[in-house]
Design a protein around this ligand. Structure first.
Ligand code: FE2
Ligand code: FE2
Length: 140
């Protein structure tokens, strides 16, 4: 039981951090491609759109209910961020076709800000698991 929380912290936490950085990297590639007028921008955009949607769906199903036990208000705010991100994803798809670079730049700011909030709450959630497991009875 005592090994459970650190394992979650190192694997799940690191996985999420990597995924957040991956999304940011894709946005950088998208903006570069749009600035050059490279046709690959559409393909990068499709990867961002489907990746972010799948990530948010997974969080809503499996992660946010856990976060709500730590901080209900913050978990609700993260959910509201997801709604804003989904809205901007729709706009951004059109903007990529129209070569309007400001829209993905504004979306990446929103996604980055959201990731920071999420990572802070994830830290608190991990810390609570550590405390809970360290005081849990170990009898069989
Ligand atoms: Fe999220
Ligand atoms: Fe996330």
């Amino acid at each position: 039981m005592e090994l459970f929380a650190p394992q979650i912290k190192s694997s799940f936490y690191n996985y999420t951090l990597r995924l957040h950085r991956h999304h940011e990297d894709l946005f950088v590639k998208l903006v570069d491609a749009m600035m050059c007028g490279a046709p690959i921008a559409r393909q990068i955009w499709t990867e961002i759109d489907s990746g972010l949607r799948a990530h948010m769906d997974t969080e809503e199903r499996h992660i946010l209910p856990e976060f709500a036990r730590v901080d209900l208000e913050e978990a609700r705010a993260l959910l509201a961020d997801h709604a804003k991100i989904r809205e901007q994803l729709l706009e951004c798809g059109v903007a990529v076709d129209l070569h309007e670079i400001e829209v993905p730049l504004s979306l990446v700011e929103l996604v980055r800000h959201h990731a920071v909030r999420e990572e802070k709450l994830m830290e608190r959630w991990s810390a609570q698991l550590l405390v809970r497991d360290s005081v849990a009875p170990t009898g069989h």
